[in-house]
Design a protein around this ligand. Structure first.
Ligand SMILES: Cc1cc2nc3c(=O)[nH]c(=O)nc-3n(C[C@H](O)[C@H](O)[C@H](O)COP(=O)(O)OP(=O)(O)OC[C@H]3O[C@@H](n4cnc5c(N)ncnc54)[C@H](O)[C@@H]3O)c2cc1C
Length: 426
């Protein structure tokens, strides 16, 4: 490989493929290098892809893409050791106007990559990029085990650990309190059983977020696929160290929870995987451009952990990176100044606007873990007290509930928490 391309994209995830597809459609010569044996082979997520942003690239993609189910119900579980409080939103509108689809990345990513290939991009799998090639301080290509490849612009879409952007000096290692380790299992069950257990019609799906239960567990997730359930937990790296537990032990406890175990009972384990999620938010978004290189997706820390969105930020940032390269090609300027419109494009889009809105949230929750433990537990305790029927007078019951609440969190603490939530989200 000594050929020169208009652009080399490193990583065939949603960010890399969106960039490659955008540039190839405009007639640029594009090479995508992917270390996995095929796109998606090394990737894991919850998860769902979102209609709105995927459709901007491929109208009515669900008619050809390997999607599992469209989500009609969003569930929020607040767990304590032996109980749960469930807040759920199901809406028939999601049957007419699809919002999100559960997918398996091992199937979705190859389908997505084929689009870029059909548009003219060359995708080479099983090729790890080992570093960037520099000439007079400017990035002019990449180094691979098979040889060097030259390009006017390298797009680093190499995911959460982005060795390329670190090497280019665009970002540091993800700090411990901004990294969440997720472990996930895919559990097979007959289609009908899934539909019965989750009260779903054919092709309808559920997306569930779960908090509480185990100190150190950031959140759990559960998604219904056609004939499998994706279930997992995310654990803050720092919390994990403090809890002295192994993520797998936490995960086993989670799956054995009396409210969850019946949902996956008799299922057959199909897949186990683990992956990091960069949850630093706006304040930790990396520098996204330098001479000859742009960074997109998780590599630039573009993940909205509050709304559980990542693929749409990856696809959008990849598209914007691709558009920036197309423009730079017309001007023949691949310098940092020539490529700097990319940052502005991100700032003008929902990608950085949304992250900016939540910029103080990650730090706040990292410093206030009781939101994930004390509140779910208290909700469960208070609702239990409320429902028990015995000889106690209701006035006494309510006084006991108030005492239980204030014992857990003082009036001032409750007011402060409400105030902070208001400030963070309003
Ligand atoms: C547990 C979990 C649940 C999630 N749930 C959701 C969800 O439900 N919905 C959602 O929208 N997002 C979700 N996300 C986030 C989402 O998965 C990511 O934001 C998204 O995949 C980022 O896309 P990307 O293309 O930037 O990176 P990736 O998808 O990570 O792709 C990077 C690619 O680069 C390749 N690569 C890396 N290094 C090299 C190298 N040196 N040389 C060659 N190739 C390389 C990798 O093999 C990989 O294919 C979840 C993430 C996790 C971990």
């Amino acid at each position: 490989m000594a050929e020169k391309f208009d652009s080399v994209v490193v990583g065939a995830g949603p960010a890399g493929i969106a960039a490659a597809y955008t540039m190839a459609k405009a007639g640029l010569s594009v090479l995508v290098l992917e270390k996995g044996e095929k796109p998606g082979a090394k990737n894991m997520f919850g998860g769902v892809i979102f209609r709105h942003h995927t459709e901007k690239l491929v109208p009515e993609f669900w008619k050809t893409a390997p999607v599992e189910r469209h989500v009609v119900e969003y569930q929020y579980w607040f767990l304590s050791k032996e109980s749960h409080v469930l807040l759920s939103h199901r809406n028939q509108k999601f049957n007419g106007q699809y919002n999100a689809f559960t997918v398996h990345r091992a199937k979705f990513d190859p389908w997505f990559a084929k689009l870029a290939e059909d548009a003219g991009a060359l995708i080479i799998n099983r090729t790890t990029v080992d570093g960037v090639l520099k000439e007079n301080g400017k990035i002019v290509g990449v180094i691979t085990e098979r040889g060097d490849v030259l390009a006017d612009v390298v797009i680093a879409a190499d995911g959460v650990n982005s060795m390329l952007s670190k090497e280019a000096g665009l970002r540091e290692e993800t700090p411990e309190d901004a990294a969440v380790l997720a472990v996930k299992e895919v559990i097979a069950l007959p289609r009908q059983k899934i539909e019965e257990r989750f009260n779903l019609g054919p092709d309808e799906g559920t997306a569930a977020l779960l908090v509480g239960f185990a100190p150190g567990m950031h959140a759990g997730f559960m998604y219904t696929n056609r004939d499998t359930i994706s279930i997992g937990i995310g654990v803050g790296i720092r919390d994990l160290a403090n809890s002295k537990k192994r993520p797998n032990d936490l995960f086993e406890e989670f799956k054995a929870h009396p409210s969850l175990a019946p949902l996956i009972r008799d299922g057959e384990l199909k897949e186990y995987s683990a992956h990091l999620i960069p949850e630093g938010g706006y304040n930790l978004v990396s520098n996204v451009c330098t001479d000859g290189m742009l960074v997109a997706g998780d590599a630039a820390m573009l993940v909205n952990a509050i709304n559980w969105e990542g693929t749409n930020l990856a696809m959008t940032s990849g598209t914007l990176a691709g558009e920036t390269v197309i423009e730079a090609k017309k001007r023949g300027d691949f310098s940092s100044a020539g490529l700097s419109r990319y940052r502005q494009r991100l700032e003008d889009s929902f990608v950085l606007k949304d992250l900016k809105k939540y910029k103080d949230v990650p730090k706040f929750f990292a410093a206030n873990p009781h939101f994930f433990t004390l509140y779910p537990d208290t909700m469960n305790e208070l609702l239990y007290m409320w429902h028990v029927v015995d000889d106690e007078l209701k006035a006494d019951r309510i006084n006991r509930m108030k005492a239980a609440l204030f014992k857990r969190r003082s009036r001032l603490g409750l007011l402060q928490d409400a105030y902070h939530m208001w400030r963070l989200f309003s």
